[in-house]
Design a protein around this ligand. Structure first.
Ligand code: CMP
Length: 137
């Protein structure tokens, strides 16, 4: 089933010059990039995006990190796009969870500065796409 997912290349990914590397992996997987932009996110939008983590102890640090500099936001489309991107991203913790061959395992060490975000469900994807790409509605 064709679906859409919201992907972020977080500020660490841009700073480390992995935009091409990560988008290349997305394209090699066969997913379509249907929208793409670079921006520095406001605290308000970042808070909305990460609303489900608002009560977590790491939330203030996460907010500071995600607003710290330019990031790349993309909408990907393809069959099972949500699971497909999460597969190539690897688990949240690049060392304890991500499997070698994934973006996070191959390129990251830190559980927070882990290069990418991908929506975890169709409901999250719809909610997140509306935050990052209101012009697509
Ligand atoms: P992401 O997939 O964008 O979803 C929530 C983000 O919170 C996650 O990637 C990490 O960047 C961050 N995160 C998750 N767990 C932790 C943690 N235990 N400590 C710090 N940051 C975390």
């Amino acid at each position: 089933m064709t679906e859409r997912t919201l992907v972020l290349i977080k500020p660490d990914g841009v700073a480390r010059k992995f935009v091409g590397e990560i988008l290349g992996r997305v394209e090699r997987k066969g997913l379509d990039i249907v929208a793409l932009k670079m921006l520095t996110v406001s605290e308000e939008d970042a808070t909305q995006h990460y609303a489900e983590h608002a009560e977590k102890s790491f939330f203030p640090e996460l907010l500071e990190f995600i607003t710290s500099g330019p990031l790349v936001a993309a909408v990907l489309e393809g069959p099972r796009a949500i699971a497909a991107f999460r597969q190539i991203a690897g688990g949240t913790d690049p060392v304890a969870k991500a499997v070698p061959g994934t973006i996070r395992a191959d390129l990251a060490l830190d559980g927070q500065q882990n290069l990418v975000h991908g929506s975890d469900s169709p409901e999250s994807a719809a909610r997140e796409i509306a935050i990052w790409f209101p012009e697509l509605r």
